[in-house]
Design a protein around this ligand. Structure first.
Ligand code: SF4
Length: 330
């Protein structure tokens, strides 16, 4: 029996990497068995920061759908769709924008950070849409009466704002139609990039999601290891080694032994990397094969997204009618 409705989305902002998978998607795959999940490729959110270059938007949407399906998200169990294909997201965002205090949006911790960060890259983020990002996010969640939202600890403030907006809506319009969405904290496994910094496309240190076994092995061979270790017999420091961080995620059974052997100078980095490549490829080669197959089936991908949008639209239209009724917007 379902434990409730979950809404979550991801921005289609370029090729997915393994860090994205371990950070969120792997968690979704688990949740799909216990909840009624609505998963959206949130293209309107992508426009809040990439409004000046939309040339790759459709490609990115398609790639993201392929990533999700090849990872194991089931379009029968979940509603999988593109946000802009269900117009009610924009409509509810507009209505909620009428009663959301500006100060609530200005105090969102990530707002000022992003203005500064993206501003330093030459992008003007002083836009109406960017400030209103949390309103659109609240609309996404409220439109499906979601009970839960999977969040990382750093996104808790956004969800708290949605909860405040739910309470304000109920007070203003004397109703009680939305659940106050609760966070589902994921035990996200954080993967560093192959150079030890945060895994990020802008650093060129990622392992692409759906990479071939050859690509995975090549990227492992480039990983930074304990720099103080010159010979195989030198005692190593696994905590200072990127390979070991990956062993702890992908090779949990052998990681404790590898740790001891590394400290004792009893295993070389080449053998250690080889063991990691074997484990990662055992897990990822299936995803790679599935991705290859789906890339040849654009009609199927379109069908999944069209069906998802139809299913989402039925719920959105029904809930939107109720929302407009209590607001006397008929
Ligand atoms: S043996 Fe493994 S854990 Fe130790 S430094 Fe080399 S790659 Fe890292």
């Amino acid at each position: 029996m379902s434990k409730g409705v979950i809404f979550s989305g991801m921005q289609p902002s370029g090729r997915f990497h393994l860090g994205n998978y371990m950070g969120a998607l792997e968690n979704w795959i688990r949740l799909q068995n216990d909840y009624d999940c609505v998963f959206s490729i949130v293209d309107l959110h992508a426009l809040t920061s990439s409004y000046d270059d939309t040339s790759k938007l459709q490609d990115n949407i398609r790639e993201m759908a392929i990533d999700w399906l090849s990872a194991g998200l089931d379009p029968e169990k979940n509603i999988i769709f593109v946000q802009s294909h269900v117009k009610e997201h924009a409509e509810l965002c507009l209505l909620l924008g009428m009663n959301t205090p500006l100060s609530w949006l200005e105090r969102v911790p990530t707002y000022k950070d992003k203005i500064v960060n993206l501003g330093s890259q030459g992008k003007d983020m002083h836009t109406y849409g960017f400030l209103g990002y949390p309103v659109l996010m609240a609309a996404d969640i409220m439109l499906y009466h979601a009970n839960y939202v999977p969040v990382g600890e750093d996104q808790a403030a956004h969800l708290e704002l949605t909860r405040e907006m739910v309470r304000r809506f109920h007070t203003l319009y004397h109703c009680n139609i939305f659940p106050e969405p609760q966070p589902v904290y994921s035990k996200a496994k954080v993967l560093p990039g192959i150079d030890g910094r945060k895994m990020s496309k802008s650093y060129g240190n990622t392992i692409p999601f759906g990479a071939s076994p050859e690509e995975v092995t090549a990227r492992i061979n480039q990983m930074v290891t304990d720099k103080t270790r010159i010979r195989k017999t030198d005692p190593g420091h696994p905590d200072d080694c990127v390979v070991f961080k990956f062993q702890q995620v992908f090779n949990t059974e052998e990681a404790p032994t590898i740790c001891e052997r590394c400290k004792a100078g009893d295993i070389g980095c080449v053998a250690c990397k080889k063991a990691l490549a074997a484990k990662m490829n055992a897990l990822l080669s299936g995803i790679h094969a599935k991705r290859q197959e789906l890339e040849k089936r654009p009609d199927y991908i379109q069908e999944v997204l069209d069906n998802g949008a139809k299913r989402a639209q039925v719920i959105a239209a029904k809930n939107m009618a109720e929302i407009k009724k209590v607001m006397n917007v008929l």
